[in-house]
Write a protein that binds this ligand. Structure first.
Ligand code: FAD
Length: 382
């Protein structure tokens, strides 16, 4: 049997665990190192877009996914007063899920150890691999290292990049509502968006319809810390949406608490791969969430990388990691820009140029959602 590559992944988020799933399915030995002491995930929903589903459905997760997700086709858009807007873009199916359920499912299928309580503090390049150093004193030598350690990536800094956050000037309030609190809660289906001037509001059911995930985007003058979990005030949120459609106001009134999330991204990085080390997910390309692509692009990264490392000899690893970087940098940079544009489309309905923004949004949906990252990676090997 050929000698298998040993790959170390820093970070057991959606990006790191999806990469572990894809790499191990292709015969690579994978070890994941997570800084947190135990699995922990914010109480929030996540939409898994069609481009990620193309990949996940080919894996051992396929049947399990059906059990923990609710499904939708496209996005139902309404004005702030609740009038339906023409559909306009074909998105294909997407699945909505509670983040904790999705992470637990990924942890259940990943082959190879996931070591919690291992916070990476340094990455050292070696001639034939790389060494990870952890705060607890442990070290790990690997043929390749993947930094999937999120927006404040240590691995990114270790390969010589300092990236600066760019604020979108908005804050998202997030929260989960128990469906039974609303007369119509159990009937809610799919992704629902209300679009207004300077604000937008999205909701979708998760946890088999028991909960409704909401995300409310409002302008903000203050630069917030980049975190998903700053507490927010439900009364301030209600004031932001006074006069909007009754469904939006009902959802906000049913919230027990809410969190605020500052919207930031980064300009595309100059490179992701150096020697035997590369980046993936938010460590490589944080993006604003308006096309629901944060997780989708992280999942694409992992599956593309798995194709490019399959059958690679050890001395080919640096070149394969550069090929991965070149292929993914191009696509994720386009998705980052499209995500910014989508945010403007949702929140500037009365401004000049909205017809052009609708057109741009529909065109982007057409190239973002049907993409097959494994096929694209195979094409560059041929
Ligand atoms: C609550 C929440 C809601 C979200 N909602 C949306 C959404 O609606 N739409 C959307 O597009 N995107 C959303 N995102 C973003 C999306 O989930 C991410 O873009 C995507 O999951 C990619 O994540 P990642 O694995 O690259 O990074 P992360 O999910 O940030 O995972 C990074 C992991 O690395 C670990 N880590 C960090 N530093 C170290 C270290 N030094 N050593 C070891 N481990 C380390 C962290 O503990 C974490 O587990 C959301 C994220 C969160 C947290």
């Amino acid at each position: 049997m050929p000698d298998r590559l040993n790959v170390a992944i820093v970070g057991a988020g959606i990006g790191g665990l999806s990469a572990a799933l894809a790499l191990s399915a292709k015969g690579t030995n994978v070890t994941v190192f997570e800084g947190a002491e135990s699995p922990r995930e914010a109480g929030a929903g996540l939409s898994i877009p069609p481009n990620a589903l193309i990949l996940l459905r080919r894996t051992a997760l396929c049947d399990e996914l059906e059990k923990i997700t609710t499904r939708s086709h496209g996005l139902t858009r309404r004005t702030s007063m609740g009038e339906l807007l023409p559909d306009g873009a074909s998105m294909g199916p997407s699945y909505q899920v509670h983040r904790a359920d999705f992470l637990e499912m990924l942890l259940g299928v990943v082959k190879g150890p996931v070591r919690f309580g291992h916070r990476c503090v340094a990455v050292e390049q070696a001639r034939a691999g790389a060494r990870l150093v952890f705060a607890n004193g442990a070290v790990c030598d690997a043929d390749a290292v993947i930094g999937a350690d999120g927006i404040h990536s240590v691995v990114q800094r270790q390969i010589g990049i300092i990236a600066h956050p760019t604020s979108e000037g908005i804050v998202a309030y997030r929260g989960l509502v128990q469906s039974q609190k609303l007369a119509w809660g159990a009937e809610l289906r799919g992704l629902n968006m209300w679009m207004g001037d300077s604000r937008s509001f999205i909701c979708f059911p998760v946890s088999q319809g028991r909960l409704i995930n909401i995300v409310a985007f409002v302008p903000s003058m203050c630069d917030m810390e980049e975190t998903w979990s700053a507490p927010g005030d439900v009364r301030s949120l209600a004031a932001e949406y006074a006069g909007w459609d009754a469904s939006v106001r009902d959802l906000i009134a049913a919230l027990d608490h809410t969190f605020r999330w500052g919207m930031y991204d980064r300009a595309p990085l100059p490179y992701w791969s150096r020697g035997h080390v590369t980046l993936l997910g938010d460590a490589a390309h944080p993006m604003v969430p308006h096309f629901g692509q944060g997780a989708g692009q992280a999942i694409e990264d992992g599956f593309a990388l798995a194709v490019l490392l399959e059958h690679a000899k050890r001395d080919e690893i640096p070149a394969r990691l550069r090929a991965y970087q070149d292929m993914r940098l191009e696509r994720t940079s386009r998705v980052q820009a499209a995500s910014r544009m989508a945010g403007r489309f949702y929140r500037f309905v009365s401004d000049n140029g909205q017809a052009e923004r609708l057109q741009a949004w529909m065109s982007a949906a057409e190239w973002i959602f049907p993409y097959d990252a494994e096929r694209a990676a195979l094409a560059i090997l041929q």
